[in-house]
Write a protein that binds this ligand. Structure first.
Ligand SMILES: Nc1nc2c(ncn2[C@@H]2O[C@H](COP(=O)(O)OP(=O)(O)OP(=O)(O)O)[C@@H](O)[C@H]2O)c(=O)[nH]1
Ligand SMILES: [Mg+2]
Length: 455
């Protein structure tokens, strides 16, 4: 295990009133004393002390800061930790970090504080990943999911499932050791039934996976429709800023513009695209190709037709090609007149909204409809349930599920207990890997690489 002392600036770069430099390791207290010679001894743990920090080489004051000492194991990393809350901006944090390094600490690598917390048993691997998710979260829903993981919501479930598997193994022992006996304490069909319960619980977690994964990046929501339909105007209205250029000229938008927004607390990647039409212009043509590529990968398509215009043959044939759910936006609804559109003749619409970017009509309806479409399983009472948001977890739980299912079906097919039982160990291993009870270095490298330095 690492025994050196590490240091890093733990707050983000840029202007700010305050920054924090964190030091962790056996020498943390000594490093503080070297920076703050006025302190005669390491301060009492968990008490804030205002100190002048000095360059250990020449004794010059570099900042006045608040120092807090944490004694192991009662700290974030489980080691001795010193937190130096200094002035923000560019110079102060850099000088304070430089002084820590001069006093014997080593610059921390990305995620190293949290990795140490994991290695010293302060966090399991799911919690460590949740720390990184909390920092990355850009929607309330994803933030909430990460917070649940941080609070061991998912860990507790998976630990429970692992215990159930161990219990199944123990029930089976009798059948393996005394196969000839008439009355084993627990019959095989009872054991199979219990395994079914485990599969059900795994399924309850796995159903959250597709939408949980979407929470990470946001649901790809692509505007489409003919030129001048008002796509960019609605895009801007939902963003609340004039991000895309709007003109009365058809063919205004050329490239695809992508922005992430929260609607109802859920993340969406909104994409404004070039209007679709046969075009001579090379730039516009390229823009249309980009639009078509986005449409292929879309989770939701917002198809715009001005409320005043009839549905065309092109609209219909375009919609035939789209596989994602389509919401029809009848745009510019503030302009009087227009046909009574028969929306049932448009293939498989997931919804239709009359909207005006000018008056704001229909915008709230869109804000409500999109979360219901993209995150139906997570809206409402799912709030307190753990949600699977990571491939690493999903893959492992799928392995566990298929092994437990094989175990169950082997018992049902009358295979000998010792053969059926060979499926239990791999299922347990899969769950243990998710929790990080057992790990390979490769997994750790992947998990902690995505962290920022200082966390
Ligand atoms: N009255 C009214 N005019 C609108 C509304 N939305 C857009 N317009 C006008 O319609 C024209 C086209 O709007 P855009 O948002 O640029 O349309 P677009 O679909 O992005 O057009 P392209 O980028 O060319 O494909 C502009 O002149 C807008 O001012 C609306 O809700 N009401
Ligand atoms: Mg546009």
């Amino acid at each position: 295990m690492d025994v050196d002392t590490i240091a890093a600036i733990s707050t983000g770069p840029g202007a700010g009133a305050i920054a924090m430099v964190r030091v962790s390791g056996p020498e943390a207290g000594e490093v503080l004393l070297r920076l703050a010679p006025a302190l005669e001894e390491i301060p009492a743990p968990r008490t804030a002390r205002v100190v002048d920090l000095r360059d250990p080489d020449d004794g010059e004051v570099i900042d006045r800061a608040v120092a807090t000492y944490y004694r192991k194991p009662e700290s974030y990393t489980g080691e001795d930790v010193v937190e130096l809350t200094c002035h923000g901006g560019v110079m102060a944090p850099r000088l304070v970090l430089g002084a820590c390094l001069a006093a014997g600490a080593r610059q921390a690598e990305a995620g190293e504080f949290t990795k140490r917390a994991y290695l010293r048993g302060k966090l399991d691997l799911i919690q460590a990943e949740a720390v990184s998710d909390l920092i990355d979260a850009r929607s309330r829903a994803f933030h909430r999911a990460a917070l649940r993981h941080m609070e061991r919501g998912l860990s507790a479930r998976i630990t429970g499932l692992r215990e159930s598997l161990v219990h199944l193994e123990s029930l089976l022992v009798h059948h393996i050791d005394f196969p000839e006996e008439d009355e084993p304490p627990v019959a095989l069909d009872v054991i199979a039934e219990e395994a079914k319960g485990v599969v059900r619980e795994l399924d309850a977690l796995l159903v959250t996976a597709p939408e949980g994964e979407l929470l990470r990046e946001g649901a790809l929501t692509v505007f489409a429709g003919r030129p001048n339909a008002g796509k960019s105007s609605v895009f801007n209205a939902l963003l609340g800023e004039e991000r895309a250029i709007v003109t009365e000229e058809p063919g205004t938008t050329r490239d695809a513009l992508e922005e992430t927004v929260q609607l109802g607390g859920f993340p969406f990647r909104l994409v404004d695209t070039a209007g679709l039409r046969e075009s001579e212009g090379r730039v516009e043509q390229l823009g249309i190709e980009v639009a078509l590529r986005y449409l292929k990968g879309a989770d939701i398509v917002l198809f715009c037709i001005p409320a005043s215009e009839e549905t065309s043959e092109e609209d219909r044939s375009f919609l035939e090609e789209i596989t994602a759910p389509v919401v029809l936006l009848e745009t510019k609804a503030d302009l009087a007149g227009g046909p009574e559109r028969d929306t049932t003749e448009l293939r498989g619409l997931a919804g239709a909204v009359r909207v005006s970017a000018l008056s704001g009509q229909g915008l709230d309806q869109i804000r409500q409809l999109l979360p219901e479409l993209a995150y139906s399983g997570l809206v409402g009472d799912h709030r307190d349930q753990p949600i699977l948001t990571r491939q690493r977890h999903i893959r492992a739980l799928k392995i566990a599920r298929s092994e437990v299912e094989l175990f169950r079906s082997s018992l049902e097919d009358g295979l000998p207990a010792e053969i059926a039982s060979t499926h239990l160990r791999p299922a347990e291993t899969a769950l243990e890997e998710v929790l990080g009870v057992i790990t390979v270095d490769d997994v750790l490298d992947v998990v902690f690489r995505e962290f920022c330095v200082g966390k």
